[in-house]
Design a protein around this ligand. Sequence first.
Ligand code: HEC
Ligand code: HEC
Length: 238
Amino acid sequence: MNKLFTTLSALAVASVTAYAFAQAPAASAPKAAQPAAAASALKAAAAPASPKSMEAKIAMCIGCHGIKGYQSSFPEIHKVPMISGQSAKYIVSALNAYKNGDRKHPTMRGIAASLTDQDMTDIANFYAAQATKAPESQPAPQGKVAELFTKGNCVACHGKNLSTPIDPSYPKIGGQHADYMFVALKAYKTENNPAIGRNNGVMGAIAKQFTNAELKALANYAASLEGEMTVHPEPRFR
Ligand code: HEC
Ligand code: HEC
């Protein structure tokens, strides 16, 4: 979309230039001006897109991820995940999973397909830098929920307070929206659906050990923690 816009702007600039030449006295307007301007516009269109500003790169993302309480209605109503403060490597990994189809969410697939590797890296670094500091000591899960966490060994990978994953390509989940995590956990169990599901060897095997009610309890506890992620509305870009 941005590429198309850049191309159209280049063409618009070119025709304005050509128009200016047409208005100028014959002596200062060489006959070649118009074709030359058109040729350079075509050259600009064929050349790789010039480095986009960060603002342009995240313009589309803000429309969903930058609105507090913004909800998605697919495959059921849930809040759009927080990505401000998420680990950069995980953001890139998730975007690639949408791009290559391991994650089937149709809207995010379309969006990820439009991003280059460089876009993904830039966007991920931008969002990762917005991490806030979560308190060190937070309430441990109790009773039945504690048993579920032990059974799934969740802390072994997602780390202390579920906010310090052992590998930067694993997500922080502490404080993430409960309804989103419930949908995500169910997606790891979903197979043979073209529009819903996440192929992931690790989380697939884990999610399948739990009933949906148990997944909901796990998501609710993880969401109750104070995490490092926020919704960042980016007012300066509006
Ligand atoms: C139309 C709304 C919408 C727009 C626009 C949008 N997203 Fe998303 N995004 C979502 C939803 C909904 C999900 C959850 C999808 C799922 O269930 O897998 C999501 C998921 C994600 C995830 C995975 C989060 C996680 O915790 O696993 C990342 C990363 C992400 N989006 C990045 C982006 C980036 C970067 C942009 C802009 C280039 C963007 N999104 C634009 C709605 C949107
Ligand atoms: C062996 C390591 C490991 C263990 C154990 C583990 N996870 Fe994960 N988890 C991951 C990885 C890796 C991902 C990212 C998968 C992907 O790319 O979709 C993930 C993704 C998730 C997500 C989706 C996050 C998002 O933003 O979309 C949730 C929610 C989650 N895990 C919860 C849990 C819970 C609850 C448990 C315990 C029952 C658990 N995990 C155990 C490694 C693990």
